[in-house]
Design a protein around this ligand. Structure first.
Ligand code: SAM
Ligand code: SF4
Length: 345
């Protein structure tokens, strides 16, 4: 089936990020506030509702789905949901009976790794081939301070379990000035040892977390130049294609190193993705607040055609580019009002 998901700029939408929960067992300083209030459970889409929306997206051209959150692996029965979605990965003889069209090329997950130890094998069984694991420090105290309640060794154990289950791993590290900017070399070395890629991410001003975004922000172009003096940068291969990360291969370790630079270098021209929150709001841009309410359609008895119509409406409003701004003067920091945990990155 041809993709019908094309926005007004001609950008073809083939990638859906699905936040399955807004809850999390950590409270990372750049992502959430210390005292989070989570959505009442009735507001969160059931797995049946999530499956139905995913099926509509897949039938109309989505080829990759990434589950995220909050922390996706803390939602109860997430394993069953993963196994169900995994049946859409092609080729798969166990495809749902009403599934037509090409199905998914890839099902992936972004996780903080705390529950990976117990889920890694199931993920592999569900057809997941690679996961992104967030890890901002290899120092136990610093890791606990950044995540406010995380345990470094649990996440490290999760990464090991994922590698043992045969999953490719990309470590996501939010680069923060004065907080973890002395650890990039150590992270490169450690990623080489465990066989993981590494991706450095600029902190994005999303919602109010009680932290000063300007103080945290570290533009990655300078980091890249400085790393290039100590490591051999080669052309990267097979590091995940059309996403916002720009990769090099580190000659000394053989692993890829990516840079996600929404603030210092815009990449919206090639954006191929939309994001579904766990309450069924469809966001067409990470850096803007506009959303269309798919849950209302689901719960008012809407048909798949009604859902598709709402998706098309949402795409007609997909912004040309995001609104993030962290100025280097006293001007106002600009970004969406929602927290990153609403759409999961
Ligand atoms: N809990 C999972 C995790 O931490 O990987 C998935 C959800 S988390 C919101 C997804 C990604 O967003 C993580 O890699 C996290 O580091 C990143 N993130 C959260 N808030 C951010 C912010 N304000 N700027 C940049 N990245 C952020
Ligand atoms: Fe939780 Fe992930 Fe946000 Fe950290 S970044 S608070 S682990 S959702």
């Amino acid at each position: 089936m041809q993709s019908s998901l094309i926005d007004t700029q001609g950008r073809k939408i083939s990638y859906l990020r699905v936040s399955v929960t807004d809850r999390c067992d950590m409270r990372c300083v750049y992502c959430m506030s210390e005292n989070m209030e989570f959505l009442p459970r009735p507001e969160v889409l059931t797995y049946a509702e999530l499956e139905r929306l995913c099926a509509v997206f897949i039938r109309h051209g989505v080829r990759r789905i990434r589950l995220t959150g909050g922390e996706p692996l803390v939602r109860r029965d997430i394993g069953d949901f993963l196994l169900t979605l995994g049946r859409w990965i092609q080729p798969d003889a166990t495809r749902p009976a009403d599934a037509t069209g090409p199905g998914l090329d890839e099902l992936t997950l972004t996780t903080n790794g705390s529950q990976l130890g117990r889920y890694a094998d199931l993920l592999a069984r569900a057809g997941v081939r690679r996961v992104n694991v967030s890890l901002d420090s290899l120092k136990p105290d610093r890791f606990s301070a950044i995540t406010r309640r995380g345990d470094l060794y649990r996440t490290l154990e999760g990464v090991r379990a994922a590698r043992n289950a045969g999953l490719a791993v990309r470590i996501n590290t939010v680069a923060m000035k004065g907080i973890n900017d002395d650890e990039f070399d150590d992270l490169i070395v450690w990623c080489g040892e465990v066989g993981a890629d590494l991706c450095l991410i600029e902190t994005m001003p999303m919602g109010e977390t009680g932290e000063d975004r300007r103080a945290q922000y570290l533009p990655l172009h300078a980091v890249r130049l400085s790393l290039q003096k100590r490591w051999t940068f080669e052309a990267a291969s097979g590091a995940g294609g059309a996403g916002p990360a720009r990769y090099v291969r580190i000659g000394e370790t053989g692993q890829n190193l990516g840079f996600i630079t929404p603030l210092s270098h815009n990449f919206c021209d090639s954006c191929n993705r939309v994001r579904l929150s766990c309450s069924g709001q469809l966001y067409t841009c990470l850096g803007s607040d506009g959303a269309v309410d798919l849950r209302a359609i689901l719960r008012n008895g809407g048909s798949d055609a009604d859902i598709l119509e709402a998706i098309d409406l949402s795409l007609s409003r997909k912004p040309l580019r995001h609104e993030f701004l962290i100025p280097d003067n006293d001007a106002k920091v600009r970004g969406p009002t929602r927290l990153m945990s609403v759409t999961g990155g």
